[in-house]
Design a protein around this ligand. Structure first.
Ligand SMILES: [Zn+2]
Length: 220
């Protein structure tokens, strides 16, 4: 595998580790979909984690403005799920520091750990495992910028756009693979249900939150 794995190599690695599954899945909020992606299954193997984070770091390094900032860069994960990516990137880049934001519930503001604050002018690469709706990445960016930090780029393992994925303006976005999933609003409209394909329940709170917004924003 090359230092920057291709899209096909990344998807193959995600499949081999069980992180990427094709099938018939129902999220906790009732949406049906043909793809389930749980990056933790790939990141549990150190070798896979290293392949992915080194590959992503190479993409960031190719940006000369970012490359010049590396020693002082902060790698900030928008969610705890992005932490393996954040630490892998920090190690590969030899960046200054890593920390993360957390959110205890849908209606609770995102926050950093107690006593941890970005400093004014701090340069940040904002990281997560996935960019799906972009809701949590947007909230993390706002939290950082409200405290005077400067978000220089976004970096995720997989970009899985939805009809409601938020734009990030001119902010550079780096990812290793782009994945197009199909969503059905419910069993009634689901092509797989109609064909009686066995259904698997999947999803965790974070994903539900993003999908809820997808449904609320525009009925499928
Ligand atoms: Zn279905």
């Amino acid at each position: 595998m090359e230092l920057v794995p291709t899209q096909d190599e990344v998807l193959a690695l995600l499949r081999e580790t069980g992180a990427l599954q094709n099938g018939h899945f129902e999220c906790l909020n009732g949406l049906h979909t043909d793809i389930n992606l749980e990056t933790a299954l790939a990141m549990r193997y150190h070798r896979s984690a290293k392949t992915l984070s080194v590959g992503l770091s190479r993409k960031l390094r190719a940006n000369s403005e970012l490359r010049a900032l590396i020693p002082e860069l902060s790698i900030v994960s928008a969610t705890p799920a992005g932490l393996p990516v954040a630490y892998g990137l920090c190690e590969a880049l030899r960046a200054g520091q890593v920390y993360w934001a957390e959110k205890d519930g849908r209606d609770v503001p995102m926050r950093f750990r107690q006593f941890l604050e970005p400093v004014a002018g701090e340069k940040v690469v904002l990281v997560d495992d996935l960019l799906r709706s972009g809701m949590l990445l947007t909230e993390a960016r706002q939290l950082l910028e409200a405290r005077g930090a400067q978000v220089m780029a976004l970096a995720v393992l997989v970009y899985q756009p939805t009809p409601q994925t938020r734009g990030f303006g001119s902010l550079p976005l780096y990812y290793l693979a782009k994945l197009d999933a199909t969503y059905y609003a419910d069993a009634g409209s689901c092509e797989f249900c109609r064909r009686h394909v066995p259904l698997h329940q999947v999803g965790m709170a974070r994903h539900v939150q993003e999908h809820e917004e997808l449904v609320t924003a525009s009925p499928l």
